[in-house]
Write a protein that binds this ligand. Sequence first.
Ligand code: PGA
Length: 248
Amino acid sequence: MKRYFVANWKMYLSVAKSEQLIRQLIRYERGNKILRDIEIIVAPSMLALSSVSALVKQSRSKIKIAAQDCGIADAGAFTGGISSSELKKMGARYVIIGHAERRQFFNEDAMMLSKKISAAHKAGLGIIYCVGETQDERHAARAGEVVREQLRVVQGVTPALIAYEPRWAIGTGLAIEPHEAEHMHASIAREVRGVPICYGGSVNEKNIAAFINLENTRGVLVGSASTTFVGCSEMLGRMSKIIQAKAI
Ligand code: PGA
């Protein structure tokens, strides 16, 4: 069974630092056969995507590239827009849609997200669709309902991955309790059958094992802890040990 490690570099790294980190990851991936069952997906900033993707391609690495966003249409009068088919040509295999930061800081609502999903789908990009409730919604016992509503946006298109990322756990150092993540993943799995589910929100080398061990969890989406080589290699090392132990 394939597992996923999605490194979302957000806007943390310069183009030069992104290129440096991908070179290190390519070497690491090549030298570690145990990573065979893990699909490593790197989402560099939009400005670094082309050169990071070229480095992956040149080295024939198995690392996959994801864009952190795409436009609502593929071409036309959309100043600042990002064409999904051009992303594909640049080497992106996936695109992250519905990330909490896009919803919060860029006011991306269901209507906009569904346009992005359809543009990305038409261009042949795999969709990594993010869902997750706010702290208030969780306290009001509305987490399940909110996530189900967010999942409605991907109806009709099968995403490549669903990332459950409670908004209050992103970038705060406060990951959700693994059993609570599992509870949500099980309910997502009932809604979107057959789509691998990843957990995201303050994942790091200390807590990754607990999430990888969950039954309905096929991987992780990692932000800040994935922006250093030490962070990535430690998390991948722990992940592969668990996968191997499970295979025995
Ligand atoms: P974090 O971000 O790991 O820094 O909390 C996760 C994400 O937003 O994808």
